[in-house]
Design a protein around this ligand. Sequence first.
Ligand SMILES: Cc1cc2nc3c(=O)[nH]c(=O)nc-3n(C[C@H](O)[C@H](O)[C@H](O)COP(=O)(O)OP(=O)(O)OC[C@H]3O[C@@H](n4cnc5c(N)ncnc54)[C@H](O)[C@@H]3O)c2cc1C
Length: 411
Amino acid sequence: MTSPAPAADRLFDVAVVGAGPAGLAAAALFAEMGLVTALLAPPTRPDDVRTTALLGGSVDFLETLGVWEKIAAAGADLATMRLVDATDRLIRAPEATFHASEIDRPSFGVNIVNRDLTAILDAKIAGNTRIVRIEEPVETVRPLVDRVELVTPSGVTVSARLAVAADGKHSRLREAAGIGTKTWAHPQSALVLNLSHEVPHRDVSTEFHTRTGPFVLVPLPGGNRSSVVLIETPDEAERLKAMPDAELSRELERRARSAYGKMAVEPGRQVWPLASLIAERYGARRIALIGETAHTFPPIGAQGLNLTLRDVASLGECAAKALAEGDDLGGDAMLGRYERARRFDVETRTRGVDVANRALMSDLLPVQAARALGFFLAARVGPLRRLVMREGLTPSLIAPAMMRGGALPKA
Ligand SMILES: Cc1cc2nc3c(=O)[nH]c(=O)nc-3n(C[C@H](O)[C@H](O)[C@H](O)COP(=O)(O)OP(=O)(O)OC[C@H]3O[C@@H](n4cnc5c(N)ncnc54)[C@H](O)[C@@H]3O)c2cc1C
């Protein structure tokens, strides 16, 4: 335990389970709102080499939370996004380049190494005396009428009015809430690594769309470094992962059409098998689902954690409303409101990414033609370009208030 007060045996307002980016952001928000919060989770994994592009509304939310300055200093600006059709098919889409300046923003957001992001959120939490942190997993979950009891392997029991499930795809809390999921696999894995390159990235992120999935280079700080997400068949991803450094560097340079000059991969490579999951509900029995507990999908278009931060902001706003109206924190009415606030956004993003992924892999001519037409319109029709950019960053009509200039809700 890293914080002396309040005591772990009191009734907490909120208990957050899981210390990935979703759980850390949620714990930081609830404590900042003035709620007495417990965070139960093993320490965040230190070997994650992934990076996250934080876009649009996520920037506003993290600013309101008081951590954006540090994130911006540790990350790299994303000023331009370039999409290149590298499928070599009969019908190909034209290249599309989107500039943040077209929608009056200096950048779309910032790309940051996950380790740096979680370290900044960890430090925010460590500085808040309303949080008790218990660095153990939750083993037993008991949803009761007026609270949820959470028990760790060493026997620490935490009771809270609202439990937030941020314990990932295989969530124990989701199971205890009796919430089912729909899951489906993809014939793809993502190879993730970071590298340096001869030609500066100039804050441009480039997506090469290939027949097996996107190959994406996203700027890292320093001008000549980028993070790579390369989606391939599982066998090919493993083959690339096992290559010697020099050979892999040459292979990536070839796949990037030498647009970045010579490349040199950095130590640390991971392969993530791709799968999708969507929860049937987002809350029940005083347990609310956020992040990968509620939705998982392939890393296409940098949507996953941005969608998650909308879950976090929305749940905070539903909690504040419940308290302001004398309602039960964690009760059915509050969870129902959260469900209604999130359903459309989660469904459309999860299905949208799925359709984009399938369209890329499909050899059917009508599908290729429809995809090429979509790209053409987005590339050439000004108002549509700007709409695609704005809505791609944050859905304007359903984003939480904190992502539309609203203040931090106070409990
Ligand atoms: C290759 C790749 C690239 C990506 N790139 C982007 C991107 O550019 N932009 C973007 O927005 N998103 C991106 N994403 C998605 C993003 O990384 C995820 O949405 C995010 O990491 C998930 O965070 P999470 O906290 O929900 O889940 P996780 O990171 O899975 O965290 C779950 C946590 O729960 C803990 N836990 C598990 N069981 C228990 C238990 N019983 N008790 C307590 N704790 C428990 C685990 O230890 C873990 O720390 C990418 C994903 C992948 C795979």
